[in-house]
Design a protein around this ligand. Structure first.
Ligand code: FE2
Ligand code: FE2
Length: 378
């Protein structure tokens, strides 16, 4: 046999595998990848249904991470014990592919799942999903519709797909860990900044909250909202490295510190340019208009508002309002006027909305806010 596939089926299989491999390296969206893997499983093995079954968090049961084909919706609600009394459990425990073409004659088939979703399993192919030798779950194909039974080739296809499912799953674990690392790093930096007494936590949180309201008004995407809020929380990082905290060099320095960390690289430019002015008279580069990153223009306006309001106190609110308005068009981007007015109004009336932009953001801001009100009571 040569390198070329022998028949059309094999050619289709090969193409599907290459496709999945390319998708795996192009995206970290594991939900989508799993769906694609199951789709290919269904096509290649001519099955009535395919599913990815994983070991539950406690390690004592199995659940359907994804399912496609007959009864897909219903089966996603099902959990069953992780033991040897099911083909899935047996396959995982023994790290062994199972090809069963007469399910009724095999005592290992767990009939409870069939019963729960009103389905009849006749033939079954199960392949363990292993990552670095550790089992994560099992990939199953059920009821071969073409030949009524599964072949060795079907098993090989499923084994290839199972190894790709393992990569997709481990990617999602890594992404989760990275996100957690990112959030912890932001929290830690905010703590450190506060402990220097150069910047108050309330200043950082208020700037982040205000700019988030502007972002929501402007309909920014979720990733942009996150960048904006984290830039808001970290915008004064550079103040730890300047002699006079009013020195605008803190923007440049803060941007440089952040750009050294890959996880903060897309926040760095926002921080770096948050003291630029729309008319080009700002710092550090004297950029003007659209040359200044949009999120940095938003941050500039937000910081000025929060800072000046803190100086004047609540009675000085309309004075600060007028003062900021008078600089829109010179210091500040005129296209942000309405977003600014909206944010002042919403926060004044105590109706913040943008904190809903993401679960973490909300948790971060509210826990900060609670700590703040706790501080105020002391
Ligand atoms: Fe600031
Ligand atoms: Fe600043």
């Amino acid at each position: 046999r040569g390198l070329l596939p022998a028949d059309a089926d094999e050619f289709q299989a090969l193409r599907a595998m290459v496709e999945i491999g390319a998708e795996l390296s192009a995206t970290l969206d594991s939900e989508r990848l799993i769906y694609r893997i199951l789709q290919i499983c269904l096509d290649l093995t001519h099955s009535e249904a395919c599913s990815l079954i994983l070991i539950g968090e406690q390690g004592n049961d199995l659940y359907f991470k994804g399912a496609i084909g007959a009864r897909a919706e219903e089966v996603r609600q099902v959990r069953f014990p992780f033991d040897e009394h099911s083909v899935a459990g047996y396959s995982i425990k023994h790290r062994k592919s199972m090809r069963i073409n007469d399910v009724d004659a095999d005592p290992r088939h767990n009939k409870d799942v069939d019963k729960a979703v009103d389905f009849r399993t006749r033939s079954l192919l199960a392949v363990p999903v292993l990552w670095q030798g550790e089992p994560l779950g099992v990939l199953e194909a059920v009821n071969n519709l073409k030949n009524r039974s599964y072949t060795e080739t079907d098993q090989k296809y499923l084994e290839l797909l199972a190894s790709q499912a393992a990569v997709a799953l481990s990617n999602s674990v890594l992404v989760g860990r990275l996100q957690n690392f990112f959030h912890e790093a932001v929290d830690l930096l905010v703590d450190i900044l506060e402990s220097t007494d150069l910047i108050s936590r309330s200043h950082l949180v208020e700037v982040a909250r205000f700019v988030a309201e502007m972002g929501r008004y402007l309909g920014l995407s979720e990733p942009e909202m996150e960048r904006l809020v984290y830039a808001g929380l970290l915008h004064d990082l550079g103040k730890t490295r300047v002699k006079n905290p009013d020195d605008p060099a803190h923007a440049l320095i803060g941007g440089e510190i952040l750009s050294r960390f890959r996880i903060f690289s897309d926040i760095a430019p926002i921080v770096r340019h948050h003291h630029e002015r729309y008319d080009g008279t700002g710092f550090p580069e004297g950029l003007r208009g659209e040359q200044i990153p949009r999120l940095a223009r938003m941050l500039a306006l937000s910081e000025a508002w929060v800072e000046e309001l803190a100086q004047e106190g609540p009675e000085g609110r309309s004075k600060v309002m007028d003062s900021i308005r008078s600089r829109i068009g010179t210091w500040f981007d005129p296209s942000l006027r309405q977003a600014f007015e909206y944010a002042t109004e919403v926060l004044h009336r105590g109706l913040p909305q943008a904190t809903e932009a993401s679960a973490h953001l909300s948790a971060l801001l509210t826990s900060r806010q609670q700590e703040l009100s706790g501080d105020a009571l002391d």
